[in-house]
Design a protein around this ligand. Structure first.
Ligand code: MG
Length: 324
């Protein structure tokens, strides 16, 4: 018998939560399945079946045999209104590469951030980023266990680090085409599950702690074949200008409460403004020095997405805008 752990996105607003359940079967590929959509804000009670269609399979590093990322259909076999993957899958060919920098806070079950149990930490920001030592870092064992789990699953994490605020972490997740979105969602699922073992929760709100503390973002590095192999300064400028024309659209797709994070402080541009520049971490889009030094063959970094953004929506916005 094979144990498949099906994972999908529910219908909660403004951002969906992850759901999962386990199927035990002799079938060697995971079959379509169903669930009670009235319990996930995806259907009414009178007609509550929604369908789960497997899209990507992973080795399950934590339990059973396979993790299965699914997309949701209505009971009538139509794309469910909450299925943001479908639109992204139509535009995102595998020549598009995405490197998501997922930032997050770790909290106790009551919501307090690890290390903040007695209130605001005495030391201001400064020594926590990439820090070491019990006074500077909280939750390293979770970050490390999560990295191992993702690599075992076949999700390409390219690094992790302790972030600017105490109890805040980041990992970088690289993927191609629509699978980049599947991988990021599955990496979040594994993070929640790994943290469960430590009785710790994961908070991906973009500004869980107000005041002079960094928020959490999900900087999105991206490139297509032309940007990597045949780039020019003009190509990059044209792309940035195109993205600037639909800045409001981007903000609508880049996560809720992002106005609390994009203030113009803490290495961000204001949410109302759009700018781009070489090496500029105060810009909406940064042109990395790597790109310039490689004769304009490289990638761009969109610094606007919040940590709670849906990667499918980000992919759809960027590729949809640049291939129009
Ligand atoms: Mg970071």
């Amino acid at each position: 018998m094979i144990k498949y752990e099906y994972v999908w996105l529910d219908g909660y607003k403004p951002e969906p939560f992850l759901r999962s359940k386990v199927k035990v079967t002799r079938e060697t590929t995971p079959p379509d399945w169903s669930f009670d959509g009235s319990s996930t804000q995806q259907a009414e009670g009178g007609s509550s079946d929604c369908l789960l269609l497997p899209v990507t399979e992973y080795t399950n590093p934590l339990y059973g045999d396979k993790l299965v990322m699914c997309q949701v259909q209505t009971g009538e076999h139509e794309t469910h209104p909450t299925n943001t993957r479908a639109a992204a899958a139509e535009v995102a060919s595998d020549e598009w590469w995405f490197g998501f920098e997922q930032e997050y806070f770790l909290t106790n079950p009551d919501g307090t951030i690890l290390g903040w149990e007695d209130g605001i930490p005495e030391k201001p920001q400064g020594e926590y980023y990439c820090g070491v030592g019990a006074a500077n870092v909280k939750g390293r064992d979770i970050s490390e266990a999560h990295l191992e789990a993702c690599l075992e699953a076949g999700i390409e994490l390219t690094g992790t680090n302790a972030e600017v605020a105490l109890g805040q972490w980041e990992y970088q997740c690289l993927g191609k085409g629509i699978k980049a979105g599947d991988d990021l969602w599955m990496s979040r699922y594994l993070l929640h599950k790994v943290a469960e073992d430590f009785d710790v929760s994961v908070n991906i709100h973009p500004k869980p702690q107000s005041g002079d503390w960094n928020g959490s973002g999900m900087h999105t590095n991206f490139s297509n074949k032309e940007m990597r192999e045949n780039g020019t300064e003009e190509l990059y400028s044209t792309m940035c200008d195109k993205l600037g024309e639909v800045h409001q659209d981007a903000i609508a797709n880049y996560g809720s409460d992002n106005d609390q994070r994009l203030t113009g402080l803490h290495e961000t541009q204001k949410i109302t403004d759009f700018s781009y520049g070489v090496s500029d971490r105060g810009a909406s889009i940064r042109i990395p020095i790597y790109t310039v030094e490689h004769n304009w063959n490289g990638y761009l970094e969109d610094r606007r997405p919040a940590s709670n953004a849906d990667p499918y929506k980000i992919i759809n916005h960027i590729v949809g805008t640049l291939t129009k």
